[in-house]
Design a binder for this molecule. Structure first.
Ligand SMILES: [Zn+2]
Length: 137
């Protein structure tokens, strides 16, 4: 049984709440905790294979330093997710401020499926490169 699909009515505030929570977590990590070293991935440490999130933190750090190529190399799905989220929030905000006139990116229920698929394909490719050819992340 499927519920009512998520629309902009739910996705737009959820995106802002997620952004605020992530900003709060960053501020907590940076200022309250004194920016401790982020521990390595448990899956990588124990099994020496990449999980779907491996490289995500490095991609975020690279993006923060303006190194887009490095960020794409570290974790392409993180960059795609951030660009999509930024485009969604920006166009939706402008669209709402203009009285819902003009063009805006509208949330589609297929987005989470596509993004999860991108994360899994990225994980598979990384592990094939690592285990098959010895190319590390
Ligand atoms: Zn990992």
């Amino acid at each position: 049984m499927r519920g009512t699909p998520i629309t902009d009515r739910e996705a737009y505030p959820a995106a802002w709440i997620t952004l605020a929570a992530l900003a709060g977590a960053f501020l907590l990590w940076r200022f309250a905790l004194g920016a401790p070293t982020v521990s390595r991935c448990w899956i990588w440490e124990h099994w020496h294979v990449y999980c779907p999130g491996c490289g995500g933190t490095r991609a975020l750090i690279a993006l923060a330093h303006g190194q887009i190529g490095e960020a794409l190399w570290c974790h392409l799905p993180v960059v795609v997710t951030l660009v999509l989220a930024a485009a969604y929030l920006l166009t939706q905000t402008v669209w709402r401020l203009r009285g819902k006139r003009g063009w805006a990116l509208h949330y589609r229920p297929s987005w989470p499926v596509l993004l999860v698929g991108l994360f899994l394909v990225n994980c598979l490719v990384r592990n094939v490169l690592w285990l098959g050819f010895g190319i590390p992340l």
